[in-house]
Design a protein around this ligand. Structure first.
Ligand SMILES: Cc1cc2nc3c(=O)[nH]c(=O)nc-3n(C[C@H](O)[C@H](O)[C@H](O)COP(=O)(O)OP(=O)(O)OC[C@H]3O[C@@H](n4cnc5c(N)ncnc54)[C@H](O)[C@@H]3O)c2cc1C
Length: 399
């Protein structure tokens, strides 16, 4: 191949960089068309794993995301592996008496959502993708250069392969290489917190409930997995997270159970531990001519409400709808006027969620006496005021 030529099969309509949960969802959502799609992954999907534990990365998937995954025929592949419904949520403040209990039965719903291992979601997406003729997965790839032209965007890989499309979509996560190459700015900040993640088996069963204790350093969540196991997301200061990571298993188990007020009894078994720094940001723009950002490439938020991938899947669904509509009308999918529709749609929804979660995080990390009183009273009032509680549950369902 000469430097400037592109093999016919590498000349497509849409190039998606990043084959994570959001990029792969977008590819599936675009597939019911004759658009040619290239999906590029830095890693290839993990086809199987040892059957001796759980993925330490899990996601709370809302009912709205579930409906999307059902529409895209991905959900059956998830069900064929494993997933855990959460029917209730217990949320309480470590520094007071405030507590709220959400129960899906109050809304006449079977559950509030599901906790699913990320590797299970990814495997299901790739099982579905394997059946789609117009999506080509290229992995593992190393991206080298991005040229955004007037009619096409061209990507050069480290092995000098060139791929070009009318539209390039950045689905390459929070540190998005594509976003940086395109010079698209973000505004946001570090939370000065890390999330320590692992899985555990507790003495008492979680009762298919998600449990979250708000501590001044950050929330500690126990999320239900199968057979009485729970996924742990423990957000805390960087130094504390590092110290927790360094503890031996027995000491960590003790520290975890104590921080959780022993609500599920002793910790009997613990998986591997890892730590992720937490950031908040949103890009100033979601699109520019020939380029769109989705998922963590466009926005990141605190995991306390388990919304990141749900917002990303909503981005993917909205962008697909806009692009399929444009394609139907024989319009160029990379045109700014087409992409602006997506930006207007998603920015409003995402900003509302990003801001409310950030305010929530600030409220629960304050050590001020007045704020402590306010949030404890607020939690108890929420527990007693049925319409407010139901509205919050509808929000958790993704509505
Ligand atoms: C501790 C924790 C708990 C969370 N819990 C929840 C939860 O319960 N519910 C929820 O909704 N969200 C949750 N989130 C957020 C959620 O994990 C993210 O929002 C989600 O992973 C974003 O998906 P994504 O596909 O946009 O990005 P990523 O998951 O980061 O995927 C990006 C993909 O792009 C690939 N990539 C990167 N660069 C390149 C490149 N140059 N070329 C090709 N490929 C590339 C990467 O390998 C990766 O596969 C949590 C986050 C954390 C940190």
């Amino acid at each position: 191949m000469t430097k400037n030529s592109v093999k016919a099969e590498n000349n497509v309509d849409v190039v998606i960089v990043g084959a994570g949960m959001v990029g792969a969802t977008l590819a599936c959502a675009l597939a019911p068309s004759n658009l040619h799609i290239a999906l590029l992954g830095a890693h290839c999907p993990q086809p199987s794993w040892a059957d001796d534990g759980y993925d330490i990365r899990v996601s709370a998937i809302t009912r709205t995301s579930q409906a999307l995954l059902q529409d895209l025929q991905i959900w059956p592949y998830i069900e064929a592996q494993r997933l855990s419904p959460y029917r209730e949520m217990h949320v309480w403040d470590a520094s007071g008496h405030g507590e709220v209990h959400f129960d899906s039965a109050e809304l006449g719903e079977p559950d509030l959502g599901h906790i699913i291992e990320n590797r299970v979601i990814l495997k299901a997406l790739h099982q579905r993708l394997a059946l789609l003729d117009n999506v080509r997965l290229l992995c593992p790839v190393v991206t080298k250069k991005l040229d955004i032209g007037e009619d096409r965007t061209r990507l050069t890989l480290a092995d000098e392969t060139q791929i070009q499309g009318k539209l390039m979509v950045a689905a390459d996560g929070g540190r998005s290489w594509v976003r940086q190459q395109a010079g698209m700015g973000v505004h946001g900040w570090d939370y000065d917190q890390s999330a320590l993640v692992t899985w555990v088996k507790t003495e008492r069963h979680h009762q298919e409930a998600a449990w979250q204790r708000f501590q001044p350093d950050g929330p500690l969540a126990f999320l239900p997995l199968t057979e009485g196991h729970s996924a742990i997301v423990w957000s805390t200061g960087h130094e504390h997270a590092k110290a927790l990571l360094a503890l031996d298993k027995a000491a960590f188990a003790e520290e975890l159970a104590t921080s959780f007020e022993d609500r599920l009894g002793k910790i009997e078994k613990i998986g591997p531990r890892a730590v992720f720094p937490l950031r908040y940001f949103e890009t100033l723009h979601y699109v520019q001519p020939r380029l769109a950002l989705v998922g963590d490439a466009a926005h990141m938020m605190h995991p306390l409400a388990g919304q990141g991938v749900n917002l990303g899947m909503a981005d993917a669904a909205s962008l697909a709808e806009v692009l399929l509509d444009a394609h139907h009308k024989h319009r160029d999918p990379g045109r700014y006027s087409v992409l602006r529709r997506y930006e207007r749609w998603r920015r409003a929804d995402n900003r509302a969620m990003l801001c409310s979660m950030d305010a929530f995080k600030l409220l629960f990390s304050s050590r001020s006496q007045a704020i402590r009183w306010l949030r404890n009273t607020g939690l108890n009032m929420t527990d007693r005021i049925t319409p407010l509680k139901h509205a919050l549950m509808q929000r958790a369902l993704g509505g």
